[in-house]
Write a protein that binds this ligand. Structure first.
Ligand code: IPE
Ligand code: IPE
Ligand code: MG
Length: 247
């Protein structure tokens, strides 16, 4: 991100109907690379540029929360070399971008189980959180070793432990209590979920939080997902009639 370039709100967007939280399943890095005749890792590198560009849009357009799915609990099943590359890429990017993110007022948070990620990355995650915790321009949530089912089970374990200790009454557990034990505590649910590269599934992403989220699925691969298509996704969202079960 750079301080010079301010991305103006595109004229087709209604500033009074902007989503407050956009989440993205960044898919298709591998297919993009294959199309270019490059190794899969080149797709991941290119995909990081899309993230930077969209985070800039979120900040400039007043979208308070941006959440990206970077690595799922299932992605450990990939070849070790690719997993290793991704972990080093995340660590390297946080290291090289942290100062700029902080300067831009970005608050960095993480979703997922940190205990399983390499120690170097864990340290960089901690540093990113503590450096940016008072920033309020935009909250950037990165899901690393994240799985929706895992997150819900963790919440259940935390709650069960409190009940056993006599510190929580089971009858008091409602949706607002339950969500305090999710990784997303304090964040509004996503208004809009974008999935690139055409798959029509959630792949274990934000299972609780997406209950009423509007979906935008595109065949575009993540590295090719431009600010213009991001604008299109938001414009599409602004046309939706969100009924939440009402008539
Ligand atoms: C998404 O792109 C990035 C991660 C899951 C880390 P993929 O790597 O899944 O790309 P495709 O689906 O193989 O094209
Ligand atoms: C979802 O993409 C996970 C991330 C984007 C991090 P995958 O490529 O792993 O999803 P599947 O395997 O096609 O469901
Ligand atoms: Mg994929």
């Amino acid at each position: 991100m750079s301080t010079q370039t301010l991305t103006k709100l595109p004229a087709i967007l209604d500033p009074t109907k902007m989503p407050q939280h956009i989440a993205a399943i960044m898919d298709g890095n591998g297919r993009w690379a294959k199309q270019q005749g490059l190794p899969r890792i080149a797709g991941h590198q290119q995909g990081a540029k899309t993230v930077k560009s969209l985070l800039r849009c979120c900040k400039d357009w007043g979208i308070a929360n941006f959440t990206v799915y970077a690595f799922s609990t299932e992605n450990w099943r990939r070849p070790a070399a690719e997993v290793d590359f991704l972990m080093k890429l995340f660590e390297g990017l946080l290291d090289s971008e942290l100062a700029k993110l902080h300067e831009e007022g970005v608050r960095v948070r993480f979703l997922g189980d940190r205990s399983q990620v390499p120690i170097g990355l864990q340290r960089m995650m901690d540093k990113s959180i503590s450096t940016t915790e008072h920033n309020r321009a935009v909250t950037f949530n990165i899901a690393i070793n994240y799985g929706g089912r895992h997150e819900i089970l963790q919440a259940c374990k935390s709650i069960a432990t409190l009940i056993r200790a006599g510190e929580l009454d089971p009858q008091s557990i409602d949706e607002s209590v339950f969500t305090q034990y999710l990784d997303t505590t304090g964040l509004p649910d996503p208004d809009l979920l974008i999935r690139t590269s055409g798959e029509q599934r959630l792949s274990n992403f934000l299972l609780w939080q997406l209950a009423y989220t509007e979906l935008y699925i595109t065949n575009t691969h993540w590295p090719d997902f431009s600010n213009d298509e991001f604008t299109q996704a938001i414009a599409d969202y602004q046309q939706r009639d969100r009924r939440f079960g009402k008539v």
